[in-house]
Write a protein that binds this ligand. Structure first.
Ligand code: ADP
Length: 478
């Protein structure tokens, strides 16, 4: 089975959020299951070409412009997965993946960049001897591909995976007209790229079973609920994490390795982080970690009304994130007023992310909606218990400690239901209380979290089965 992944991100080469993690790890898991999974990616400026070899040059027409695109072949670092890089300095040569640091679609120029990318993918497929049976498209950046596959009469199945329905990529229809893509009966002067994918893909999936249900409703459907209902079922497959990268027993980015049998060694990582961020050095104080894009989706605005009560509790907090100014300013303000207890680093920093997962005791992710969420899974793997809202993949991956504590043998964190500040406050208080006064329960939860299976093994098998089902359906229809 040949699968080609088309996406804007791919860790470790180009990562802004969970999309990068998934595209950088699922193909490896598929390869180990016997599928020939490959990746095609724009070559952003920071992606090195030293080990890559050029395999072709393509001229791609986009409206009135012609772009010369060089195709390089390489291997995804640390793997045998074949990687194709599309090198074109004008549109793909930016330093970052997106214009906006929080990954929200930026407008016409960015839409044009990803349209060019999709055109390149189609031409690449036409040129190659190796042919994918299925093109696996991810999010709005590649959502026009299923339509292009049909227009070009390629005999390839398509799967569109939605990692975040809130980002849809609106482009002026005139841009698509220029590109000779005719959309049937456009309803406005803007076309919705993600919705084109929903309409034309052979199948649609998303990254957790709960989010697959949620997006069919008005509350989570972001205006596409009826289109998604029309094309349902939306398959929901929970993401895994790459245990080559996220491995607390041998992580070159943290101070001290540890395991489920020596979780107490996390303290050394905490002390080390406290020192490097100028926090008060105290191995006993509970530390809450945040590693996240700072957007309204992530729910940090719930902290503001309860902050006067929260700030007097005994804990430290470390925040790593970039995104909306308002959210960054809130965290900066509390850090300035409480030096030694709270710290924020407004940047993207892979090393510091690893250090926070390793150092923290609790991990905060009170999302308003969360398609899957990897932060909470990585945190659990590193023995940091998540405090999350019961939505999307958070609901599917964290087991709440029951009020009476009778599920302590399976619980892995603290979960609240409604998007409500006081419910969040209640869970933070409960978590701190257990940390301070019930070490037996605490250690049991840490053990449960660290031994929970978030590997790709099971989910990659589900993807493989889904691919086969889509490919068979196409053969059957033909
Ligand atoms: P989303 O995809 O919505 O951003 P996820 O929880 O699915 O959220 O994935 C976020 C990924 O990005 C995780 O691997 C997390 O560690 C990483 N990440 C987020 N912000 C940063 C940052 N500022 N620096 C380093 N890594 C980050």
């Amino acid at each position: 089975m040949n699968i080609l992944f088309a996406a804007a991100e791919c860790a470790p080469l180009a990562k802004v959020g969970g999309l990068g993690d998934v595209v950088g790890s699922l193909p490896k898991a598929l390869l180990s299951l016997g599928a020939d999974a490959r990746i095609i990616l724009p070559r952003y400026k920071n992606i090195p070409l030293d080990t890559a070899s050029q395999i072709s040059v393509m001229d791609i027409r986009l409206g009135q412009e012609i772009f010369e695109v060089k195709v390089y072949q390489d291997l995804l670092p640390g793997s045998e997965v074949k990687l194709y890089l599309l090198d074109e300095p004008v549109l793909f040569g930016s330093a970052g993946v997106y214009e906006n640091s929080d990954a929200s679609p930026a407008g016409q120029a960015e839409a044009k960049k990803f349209l060019l990318y999709c055109f390149c993918v189609i031409k690449f497929i036409k040129q190659q001897i190796w042919q994918p049976d299925l093109l696996h498209c991810h999010d709005w950046h590649t959502a026009v591909l299923p339509l292009l596959v049909k227009k070009n009469e390629l005999h390839i199945s398509t799967l569109l995976t939605i990692h975040n329905l809130a980002m849809q990529g609106q482009v002026p229809v005139s841009l698509l007209d220029d590109l000779k893509i005719n959309i049937d009966a456009p309803t406005s002067d803007h076309a919705n790229l993600l919705n084109l994918g929903v309409a034309y893909a052979d199948a649609i999936s998303t990254v957790s079973p709960t989010y697959a249900q949620e997006i069919l409703t008005k509350e989570f459907g972001e205006g596409l609920e009826f289109d998604l209902q029309k094309h349902s079922p939306v398959h929901g497959i929970l993401n895994g994490i790459d245990e080559q990268i996220w491995n607390e027993t041998r992580d070159p980015l943290i101070t001290n390795d540890y395991s489920q049998f020596s979780a107490e060694l996390k303290m050394d990582d905490k002390i080390s982080l406290q020192r490097s961020l100028n926090l008060q050095v105290d191995p006993e104080i509970p530390m809450i970690g945040v590693v996240s894009r700072l957007t309204a989706q992530k729910g940090f605005n719930l902290l503001e009304p309860i902050w006067p009560k929260l700030k007097n509790l005994n804990f430290q907090m470390v925040v790593l994130g970039v995104g909306e100014k308002k959210i960054g300013d809130f965290f900066k303000d509390i850090c300035q007023k409480n030096p030694g207890r709270f710290a924020i680093q407004e940047k993207f920093d892979e090393r510091l992310a690893h250090q926070i997962y390793a150092a923290s005791d609790l991990f905060l992710m009170p999302s308003k909606f969360e398609p899957c969420g990897l932060g909470q899974m990585i945190a659990m793997h590193y023995g940091s218990l998540p405090i999350v809202r019961a939505t999307g993949g958070l609901k599917d991956s964290v087991v709440d400690l029951a009020d009476d504590g009778n599920n302590h043998e399976t619980a892995t964190g603290f979960v609240f239901d409604g998007f409500d500040s006081n419910l969040l406050l209640g869970q933070i208080k409960r978590a701190l209380e257990i940390y301070q006064n019930d070490q037996v329960t605490w250690h049991r939860l840490v053990h449960n979290a660290m031994t929970a299976d978030f590997s790709w093994a099971m989910s990659a098998q589900k993807y493989k089965e889904l691919y086969q089902q889509i490919i068979n359906q196409k053969l059957w229809k033909a």
